[in-house]
Design a protein around this ligand. Structure first.
Ligand SMILES: Nc1nc2c(ncn2[C@@H]2O[C@H](COP(=O)(O)OP(=O)(O)OP(=O)(O)O)[C@@H](O)[C@H]2O)c(=O)[nH]1
Ligand SMILES: [Mg+2]
Length: 427
């Protein structure tokens, strides 16, 4: 399932293009991150090149002259593969491989490769395979029966159209199968989630850039025993654990896949159902690695992905992590009102984080007052199920209740709401 050969450590030339308005500094930071991704995928950096351009070349991404230079460089450092720090179009990739005389891949392929290595559950594997196939389909070239990444070109076109068509059909069939398997898994997941919702528990999700410390935090909070690794995308499958907040309220806490700049849209698509747990949360704890080179850029990248998965509206609590080794964490927190500083590793600040979570959840729900006629026992039962009943008094012909409810749920009980103002007038 892999895009990168792993029988030996491949030698990689990395290529970035600095485009306006982002500029050179950001392109360099992105290349640094690509180096981490390449290393995580199991390959070695042989050289890196940054080119300044006004726009990518439609045919070759970098300029044609630059491509020739890259060919000479790749020869001299004995590189196996050239990785471009952006998504290449299938045509650009084809043209580049012809000029470079070796495999040309893009950032997306590297990230997909890491995901492929880290997928362990049935659902994770299916999601990654689907993303890989969606990436490969438009890049399929007629070359025997293989779905090879190797360059085609004059003289290597193989048996031609027919075989290509066969490959393509096989691929599409497999994709359809995976899509239907995933739909089934997603239905199961949804049913499970619904039964949890019926239990009236609120849910929070730990989100953040990859390697921010989300799994470490879940372990610190719940003894979940989730895999923690100093490597990118260690977690692909969400874990949900119960956790008691300081006030005693139990909540469900999920650890999820980490995000990254330019997270391939094929992956976002494939992981959509997994990520529903995020968009349906009551609160996001957005964990930021205080020790990262550019934490603010990581915050932006995470928010971009959150918007893509429909979670932009979910309230967010920022937590700057790794305070034990990053003095910058406290400074960052100071510039983000309402945020907290923690060390998921040592546990420092974690109590404050939980208090903040508890406070935020409380402020998100509102206390309302209702009068429900005795004939509507079902409504009282629903209030107990979906909210927190604070006071319940039995009056002559009705039950009077004070309850805490999410605004969305409160709206459903509109006809039983006591209008506080009118109540004041009457007395
Ligand atoms: N010093 C220090 N290291 C930490 C802290 N929290 C996490 N780490 C380290 O950071 C690395 C990544 O931690 P994980 O918990 O796997 O990070 P994650 O956010 O789950 O990462 P992905 O699942 O890959 O997205 C590990 O080496 C952790 O030991 C912390 O508070 N202090
Ligand atoms: Mg993790």
């Amino acid at each position: 399932m892999s895009l990168i050969e792993r029988s030996f450590r491949e030698r990689i030339v990395m290529v970035g293009v600095a485009l306006p308005p982002t500029g050179v500094a950001q392109a360099e930071a992105s290349l640094d991150e690509l180096a981490l991704l390449v290393d995580t995928a199991g390959a070695d950096e042989a050289a890196r090149v940054l080119q300044r351009r006004d726009a990518p070349d439609p045919a070759t991404y970098v300029g044609r002259g630059k491509a020739g230079e890259l060919h000479r460089l790749s020869e001299s450092v004995d590189a196996d593969t050239v990785v471009f720090d952006d998504e290449l179009t299938p045509a650009q990739q084809r043209n580049l491989e012809r000029i470079l005389g070796r495999t040309a891949i893009d950032r997306t392929a590297v990230i997909l490769d890491i995901f492929a290595q880290n997928a362990h559950t049935q659902e994770g594997k299916a999601q990654v395979e689907l993303a890989l196939l969606r990436y490969r389909l438009p890049r399929l070239r007629g070359k025997g029966g293989t779905l090879s990444q190797q360059a085609g070109g004059i003289g290597t076109r193989g048996p031609g159209e027919t075989q290509l068509e066969v490959d393509r059909r096989r691929l599409v069939r497999r994709m359809t199968r995976l899509e239907s398997d995933l739909r089934q898994l997603s239905r199961t997941r949804r049913t499970q989630r619904r039964s949890r919702q019926r239990s009236r528990r609120r849910s929070i999700s730990l989100v953040g850039y990859t390697n921010a410390g989300k799994s470490t935090l879940l372990n610190q909070l719940t003894d979940a025993g989730v895999l923690v690794e100093d490597r990118l995308f260690a977690t692909l499958d969400p874990r949900t654990r119960r956790l008691d907040l300081p006030g005693g309220e139990p909540v469900l806490c999920s650890d999820t896949v980490g995000f990254v700049r330019k997270l391939p849209h094929q992956l976002v698509e494939a992981f959509r159902s997994t990520l529903e747990v995020v968009s349906e949360s009551d609160l996001l704890v957005h964990l930021v690695d205080g020790d990262a080179p550019d934490p603010e850029a990581q915050i932006d990248a995470v928010r971009t992905v959150l918007a893509e998965i429909g979670a932009a509206e979910v309230p967010e609590l920022l937590a700057f992590n790794k305070a034990d080794v990053a003095p910058a964490a406290a400074k960052l927190a100071a510039s983000h009102p309402g945020s907290v500083t923690i060390s998921a590793l040592t546990g420092a600040g974690v109590d404050d984080l939980l208090t903040a979570v508890s406070d935020r959840l409380r402020s998100l729900s509102q206390a309302i007052e209702l009068v429900v006629p005795y004939s509507r026992g079902d409504v009282v039962a629903a209030l107990h199920r979906e909210g927190e009943v604070l006071v319940e008094a039995h009056e002559e012909s009705a039950t009077r209740l004070r309850a805490r409810l999410d605004p969305a749920e409160a709206a459903r009980f509109g006809e039983f709401l006591v209008d506080a103002d009118r109540e004041g007038d009457a007395s």
